[in-house]
Design a protein around this ligand. Structure first.
Ligand code: DSN
Length: 417
């Protein structure tokens, strides 16, 4: 929390201030395992809470519809330069409000309504905006979907190729929200080339790993790469698009004026700060530690008899299939929260249960790694998870473990809270 602002907040609106303070306390005192969440640095938080929120600046640097852009233009240019340099991209747009609008801008910029998209199925790990039926991407475009193989839960590239040749998509989407393995972006690019499709790589979950050299980059292979800025990249809530030079004008036009009005300049500044942090050697170490921790957690969960989708992990997340434990994802997630372990219930591939109470839970290590936890803490965490899942109705166990976790959290301070 920005300590300079807090007294004013307290004085003006004690009710909201109290809720923020309680949320900060919650974030301090529990183990946060939702793989799309993190703790930003005090510097990122300060930029997010800055006076840049007061400024309107529709347009792009040097071509705005409002006066008074001396500093805003410079901030946006810095963010763009840092994004291009960090990821080796021809062009960057840092204005998307988040990942969903970023993906929508790609479809709006490169496709016509009714064109065909080939995307990863949501229950197999894809994202809603990759063509799922209830979203604009599923309603305004013709969608074909690929998934993972039943025997090893890896993306079935033979199926992707077969579907691409059958449906002749104008655009193929790769990237996922719940896929624990390395994605072969070069193979996707080859398939896209074979059928004359654009390739969009959504690296929202892994962009911090890519920046830190802990996952191969999609940037050399994809026409456009989308990302949020707040997951493993550890920036503010926001989005970015990176693309080849030939798509730059179409992508910029699609973001503004196509889909959005004024960019959120406080977010742009915080993205610039996060990109500065992500370019440091410390961040490289951080990215590799995220993966090391996920592997340690996965190994210990396996030793407790848990079934992991694909058998383990190569990245920041683990998908646990609880069918052999006789407990649903929702019940397990609620029991774990009672013990101070916060994760989310998640569908597993070929899930026999419904999405609102699916068979799995999704665990990720980015936030715990930011706190400085390592493999030893992951072992303790897996032991606690096993104990809670074995007796999800046992509130005494949950209370005892919540106390042990409170002690542990005291030794690993979290930035910003
Ligand atoms: N909602 C995000 C997640 O939790 O994975 C994806 O955008």
């Amino acid at each position: 929390m920005n300590l300079n602002l807090h007294p004013a907040l307290q004085a003006t609106d004690p009710e909201t201030a109290d809720l923020i303070a309680r949320e900060a306390q919650r974030q301090r005192n529990v183990l946060r395992l939702i793989p799309s969440e993190n703790y930003v640095s005090d510097a990122v938080l300060a930029a997010t809470g800055s006076c840049l929120t007061n400024k309107y600046s529709e347009g792009y640097a040097g071509k705005r519809y409002y006066q008074g852009q001396q500093y805003i233009d410079a901030v946006e240019r810095i963010a763009i330069d840092r994004a291009r340099k960090l990821f080796g991209a021809d062009h960057a747009n840092v204005q998307p409000y988040s990942g969903s609008p970023a993906n929508l801008a790609v479809y709006f910029g490169l496709l016509n309504q009714g064109d065909t998209i080939l995307g990863m199925s949501l229950p197999h790990g894809g994202h809603l905006t990759h063509g799922w039926g209830v979203t604009i991407s599923g309603k305004h475009y013709n969608v074909a979907r690929y998934g993972v193989r039943q025997n090893d839960h890896r993306i079935d590239l033979d199926e992707v190729r077969r579907l691409a040749h059958e449906h002749k998509p104008r655009l193929i989407v790769c990237g996922a929200s719940a896929y624990p393995r390395i994605i072969d972006f070069a193979a996707f690019a080859e398939i896209a080339r074979e059928v004359g499709a654009y390739l969009l790589a959504d690296m929202a979950h892994i962009s911090g790993l890519v920046a830190g050299g802990a996952h191969p980059s999609p940037v050399p292979f994809a026409d456009v790469v989308s990302t949020t800025t707040h997951k493993t990249l550890r920036g503010p809530r926001g989005g970015m698009l990176l693309c080849k030079a030939e798509h730059a004008a179409a992508i910029d036009r699609a973001v503004f004026p196509g889909l959005q009005g004024g960019p959120h300049n406080h977010t742009t500044a915080a993205i610039a700060v996060a990109l500065h942090e992500a370019a440091t050697p410390e961040f490289q170490t951080y990215a590799h530690r995220i993966v090391e921790n996920a592997r340690a957690l996965a190994d210990r969960l396996l030793s407790h008899g848990f079934t992991l989708v694909s058998g383990g992990t190569d990245n920041h997340l683990i998908l646990v299939d609880l069918n052999n434990k006789g407990v649903s994802g929702k019940i397990a997630a609620q029991a774990l929260e009672g013990a101070g372990i916060v994760c989310n219930a998640n569908s597993v591939p070929f899930d026999p249960r419904k999405p609102f109470d699916p068979s799995g839970i999704r665990l990720g290590t980015p936030a715990l790694t930011t706190r400085g936890m390592g493999p030893a803490e992951m072992v303790r965490l897996a032991d606690w998870i096993s104990e809670v899942v074995a007796a999800p109705a046992d509130t005494a166990v949950q209370t005892r473990i919540a106390g042990e976790i409170l002690d542990l959290c005291g030794s690993f301070p979290a930035p910003g809270v």
